[in-house]
Write a protein that binds this ligand. Sequence first.
Ligand code: NOJ
Ligand code: NOJ
Length: 572
Amino acid sequence: MRLPLVFISVLLCRGLAQSTVVDNYIASESPIAKAGLLANIGPSGSKSSGAKAGVVVASPSTTDPNYLFTWTRDSSLVFKVIVDQFTQGIDSSLRGLIEDFVGAESVLQQTSNPSGAITTGGLGEPKFNIDLSAFTGSWGRPQRDGSALRSTALITYANWLIKNGNASFVSDTLWPMIQLDLDYVQNNWNQSTFDLWEEINSSSFFTTAVQHRALRQGITLAQAIGQTSVVSGYTAQAENLLCFLQSYWNPSGGYMTANTGGGRSGIDSNTVLTSIHTFDSDAGCDDATFQPCSDKALLNLLTYVNSFRSVYSINSGIPTSQAAAVGRYPEDVYFNGNPWYLSTLGVAEQLYDALLVWNQQQSIMVTPTSQPFFALFQSDIAPGTYGSTTSTFSSLISSIKDYADGFVAIVADRTPADGGLSEQFDKNTGAPLSAVDLTWSYASALTAFAARGGFVPESWGAKGLTVPSICENNPGPTVSATFNVNATTVMGENIFLTGSVASLDTWSPDNALALSAANYPIWSITVDIPANTNVEYKYIRKNNGVITWESDPNNEVSTPASGTITLNDSWR
Ligand code: NOJ
Ligand code: NOJ
């Protein structure tokens, strides 16, 4: 049972801790959120009539707004929750639904639409009709986060299947879909995109970050199933994405700027959603990937939350050390600009993720960047590392937990008696607003609750990444190049390849690509390299750390616009 606001206040006056109020809300809301999410998935969800199998309806609302469509972003985030619940053994009944999703998305990938056909940009289409046909009305397109988020959901399932003895389904069914999405990311990440709110056409932090994550996961999966020809191309663009990701940080403002265009402050829920959807507890508080407990993401959270204090009247009078209702961005005018459930829950989730890592590490590091965030809880706190035996550590953990719970308590207050979660709640009255039963709102409740409960999502390889010192921003199209070189070697000696482009590791003998000797004395590798480019390269020999380069001049190839090429060389 949900507790009405007055009752919560009474309980608080009686000294019932906020954490108990939140515990109670989670206990009653979890099954409602789960059922609400499932109700919006075809073919048998009770609120998704007309939706084909595996299709996620964004909301059953058909007017003001009409959300009876399926968005790749919403669907993929929703299915990530479902896949996590299935693979973690929380709900083993979900497998059929996941396979329906795979089926639906494989049709959508191949459906020509106003963004293009499968090989000409169609994977950037943001939304489709729920019968799996293209939506042909005007819209903010393309949106290049969808294919990345979809591959993250599919890869998470693929990893489970491999561990559970079904690698053939991965190779035969999932990998071809994943590769389409990741090739699209590889080839288009630097093209402009509408942001996740479908309004600004530029580059967008959330999109860049989820693209980066997807490529990293794709590389690991490709290696696991022997699809190694994609590895160097994906790695090169993952490096470029990680590099580009850094440019969104605005040090004087203390936040990540959500979009490179748009003419707003750039303070945006986009950035908090990025932290939670790219959380990897193995990466600790790394700020290269803006982990939830990284100093940049914490200062960003503070800046973002505070930007709504004077914008929504329901926030008036709440001290800055306490949670507030938050929305997409302070300048928002959609439905007059209101708090969103998924944004408010997103802040709680970032903080729960951060707490999880601090507890895991048994220390909290305060840097000059994150100091203003920690000063909310201890005004005189100095930069430094506070270990678990210090009173600062325990008092920060407990105050930050309270602060985080405060965001859930706000959502609890604004949840109607039946537990339904719409898209927004009114900035003046707190009443639910806009699309009812928003599937993404339910998903955001489930992930925030899970994070509070200590759920650690599968790592995606964020640990130990180093930001390249030079960013290359123009991947463009690629061709698949097979390099064969006839080279006689002595025992212990191996042949490698490097060259003038990032996918050939830019003349780095250390990172040069290893060739296979399966057809000795022909050594081979297949790599995606830039199309329409003059590429120079050399083979090198390595023998016990001794490197021998081919003699000058460099080998050269002028690549075609598309397709595959084979280079048959002899060691010089
Ligand atoms: C509909 C989009 O879904 C929403 O995000 C946007 O704010 C409005 N159109 C207004 O452009
Ligand atoms: C509008 C939101 O801005 C967008 O992010 C979402 O995909 C659609 N509504 C559907 O929920």
